[in-house]
Design a protein around this ligand. Structure first.
Ligand code: AP5
Ligand code: MG
Length: 219
């Protein structure tokens, strides 16, 4: 089964998906992380995606479908938290077509206003080695510029430059917001307020997630 975690760039999807994976035994699948791994390894997909991602645009649906199938696998007992997919209605339909093996039991919208998003994205720093994410004020590393998890160097994501951020926010408005209506129409939509500390947001999310779990699969 799949829980979709959706929201604007910088809403905190990755941060919360990591916490939910650690604390509630989900497997996190992030299409953004998978694409960044492809770029790092220099694969054909990575070469195709790199410039598109740096501009803040969406990578083509057929590429994402291949990534999605690889990442999801075939185990229908998996509890997957899906971060970054679907990004448009066509991808939402594609995901529905996998319902026999990977049914979507809810789509949680982490809702954050635009001013806060800009602050989160401009202050984000990520580890160039392991991908861990920090924020210069809200979640600083113990030693400035150094990853707490692996000791790697912290960098700014290329798509966190202001020009790309503007494109990503407008792509979200145009392409991804209709996905919220897609799930509302199927009674799968749940909004969670994304403002507050990471722990406050996590507590709200946890309550929503626990309410969605089929009986006997809460942990
Ligand atoms: P992706 O990696 O998915 O990026 P995104 O959706 O733009 O989201 P972000 O990762 O920027 O934000 P987030 O919500 O994960 O926030 P985070 O937790 O890091 O996609 C990147 C690109 O890949 C796309 O633009 C596209 O090109 C391509 N792509 C991916 N999927 C695709 C698809 N399905 N189809 C086509 N193309 C696709 O938090 C942000 C910052 O805020 C961090 O610094 C964090 O520390 C901080 N923070 C988190 N929570 C809080 C809090 N509560 N208070 C204060 N600060 C906080
Ligand atoms: Mg993310």
């Amino acid at each position: 089964m799949i829980l979709v975690l959706t929201g604007a760039p910088g809403a905190g999807k990755g941060t919360q998906a990591d916490l939910l994976a650690d604390r509630l035994s989900f497997r996190k699948v992030s299409t953004g992380d998978a694409l960044r791994r492809h770029i790092k390894s220099g694969s054909r997909i990575g070469k195709e995606a790199e410039a598109i991602m740096a501009r803040g645009e969406l990578v083509p649906d057929d590429v994402l479908f291949r990534i999605l199938k690889d990442e999801l696998g075939t185990n229908s007992n998996d509890r997957v938290l899906l971060d970054g997919y679907p990004r448009n209605v066509s991808q939402a339909n594609t995901l529905s077509s996998l319902n026999d093996v990977h049914p979507v039991i809810g789509a949680i919208h982490l809702d954050v206003d635009e001013n806060e998003l800009l602050g989160r994205l401009s202050g984000r720093r990520v580890c160039g080695s392991c991908g861990a994410s920090f924020h210069v004020t809200a979640n600083p590393p113990t030693k400035s510029g150094v990853c707490d998890r692996c000791g790697g160097s912290l960098i700014q994501r290329p798509d966190d430059e202001m020009a790309s951020v503007k494109v990503r926010l407008s792509v979200y408005d145009k392409n991804t917001k209709p996905v919220l209506d897609f799930y509302k129409g199927r009674s799968l939509y749940h909004r969670v307020a994304g403002l507050g500390t990471t722990e406050e947001v996590f507590d709200r999310l946890k309550r929503t997630v626990e309410g969605l779990m089929p009986a006997g699969r809460g942990q």
